[in-house]
Design a protein around this ligand. Structure first.
Ligand code: COI
Length: 355
C-alpha cells in the first residue's frame, strides 16, 4: 500500500484487565483501525484512531440489509515475550472471499495485513500472556451508504477492533454438550453458509437459545436439504474419530472454511492419520456410538481453538462420547496448535507472523 497509515492516539488509556479475569469479547483496547471505500476512490484514508463509536446514517445499508462481513483471528504472546498473529493471511483471504459473496469490494491483502500488524503493534501491551488467553482481532466491513434500495452499496467502512480474551466457552477445555437440531437449518447449497457474514449469526440465534434453555452449549447443524448430514456447530467446525478414521464435513459451500479446521487437517495428515473430508450422517454417528467405534468428537474454531465434545443429543437420545472426557487426539491437536501459537513448539508451517 502506498498510502501511509495516519495515527491519532487516545488521550486517555483504559485500565487493562488481569489475565485471570478475561472472558470473551467484553473488553476493547484503546485504538481501532479504520478505512473508507467510495466507488470513485476505492479504499482510502487508512488510519488508527482512538476506539469509539462509528457515525452511521440511520439509512445505512448495513442496518437494513445486513451487507456486512467479518473475520476473527488472534495475536498471542509467546513464551519468549514476543507477539505473533496466527495465520493472518489465511484470515484475510477468507474475509475477501466472504466480501465477494456479499458484493463488498475486497481489500488489497497487503493493506489488510498492514492494518492488523500496525494496530496490534500499537496495542502490544494489551496482548495477555497466560496460555489460554490472547488478543482477539475482529476485522469487519460494513456498507454505510444511506440508501434504501436493495442493491450493493457504493460506500463501505473497514474497521478492526481488538479484544483481550480468555476461553470462549465457560467450560474451558471441559467437554461441551451439543444439541443436534433438525427443526431449523443454517445454510443450503448455493446460499451464504460459507461466508462469514452477519446474517448467518442472526439466523442462528433462535435455535441456539432453544438449545441453551435445554441445557446445551451449542447446536450442531445438519445439512439444509435432507437434515441428515453434519454441517457445523454454532461457532466451530466439527471433527470426529470413528474407528481409526478422522472425519470432517467437506467444504461444499454450506459451512465456514475454518482456519483452525485447516490447521488441524494439515497436522493430522502430517502425523499419518487417515483423514477424510466427507459427508457423515447423524445416523452413522449414532450407529458408531452404539457399536463403540465413536472414539472422539471435537470442534475447531479461532475463538474456541480445539474444543472437546462430551455429548451429542439427537431426537431425545444422548450420545456420550469417550465417557464425556477429552480424547487423546483432541488433546494432541490442542497441544500442537497451542504450542505453535505460544512459540513453545517450532512453527514449521510459517503460520505465525511476528508483530
Ligand atoms: C471465531 O471463531 O473467530 C468466530 O468468529 C466465532 C464466533 C465468536 C463468531
Amino acid at each position: 500500500m502506498s498510502e501511509p497509515i495516519r495515527i491519532s492516539r487516545a488521550a486517555v488509556k483504559k485500565a487493562r484487565p488481569k489475565d485471570k479475569d478475561l472472558t470473551f469479547g467484553t473488553v476493547f483496547t484503546d485504538h481501532m483501525f479504520v478505512m473508507d471505500f467510495q466507488e470513485e476512490k476505492g479504499w482510502y484514508d487508512p488510519r488508527i484512531e482512538p476506539y469509539g463509536p462509528l457515525s452511521l446514517d440511520p439509512a445505512a445499508a448495513v442496518l437494513h440489509y445486513a451487507q456486512a462481513v467479518f473475520d476473527g483471528l488472534k495475536a498471542f504472546r509467546g513464551k519468549d515475550g514476543r507477539v505473533r498473529l496466527f495465520r493472518p493471511q489465511k484470515h484475510i483471504e477468507r474475509m475477501n472471499n466472504s466480501a465477494r459473496r456479499m458484493c463488498i469490494p475486497p481489500l488489497d491483502p497487503e493493506t489488510a495485513l498492514r492494518s492488523l500488524v500496525e494496530l496490534v503493534g500499537l496495542e502490544k501491551e494489551w496482548v495477555p500472556s497466560t496460555v489460554g488467553t490472547s488478543l482477539y482481532v475482529r476485522p469487519t466491513i460494513i456498507a454505510n451508504e444511506a440508501f434504501l434500495g436493495v442493491r450493493p452499496a457504493h460506500s463501505y467502512i473497514y474497521y478492526v477492533i481488538l479484544s483481550p480474551v480468555g476461553a470462549y466457552y465457560p467450560e474451558g477445555m471441559n467437554p461441551v454438550k451439543i444439541l443436534v437440531v433438525d427443526k431449523y437449518v443454517r445454510a443450503v447449497e448455493g446460499g451464504v453458509g460459507a461466508a462469514k457474514t452477519a446474517g448467518n449469526y442472526a439466523a442462528s440465534l433462535y435455535a441456539a437459545e432453544e438449545a441453551k434453555h435445554a441445557g446445551f452449549t451449542q447446536v450442531l447443524w445438519l445439512d439444509g436439504r435432507e437434515r441428515k448430514y453434519l454441517d457445523e456447530v454454532g461457532t466451530m467446525n466439527i471433527m470426529l474419530k470413528i474407528g481409526d478414521e478422522v472425519i470432517t464435513p467437506p467444504l461444499t459451500g454450506t459451512i465456514l472454511p475454518g482456519v483452525t479446521r485447516d490447521s488441524a487437517l494439515t497436522l493430522m495428515r502430517e502425523w499419518g492419520l487417515r483423514v477424510a473430508e466427507r459427508q457423515v450422517s447423524i445416523d452413522e454417528v449414532a450407529q458408531a456410538a452404539h457399536r463403540g467405534t465413536l472414539k472422539e468428537v471435537w470442534g475447531t474454531g479461532t475463538a474456541a481453538v480445539i474444543s472437546p465434545v462430551g455429548e451429542l443429543a439427537y431426537k431425545g437420545e444422548r450420545i456420550v462420547i469417550n465417557e464425556g472426557k477429552i480424547g487423546a487426539l483432541t488433546q494432541k491437536l490442542y497441544d500442537a496448535i497451542v504450542g505453535i501459537q505460544y512459540a513453545t513448539a517450532p512453527d514449521t508451517h510459517g503460520w505465525t507472523v511476528p508483530v
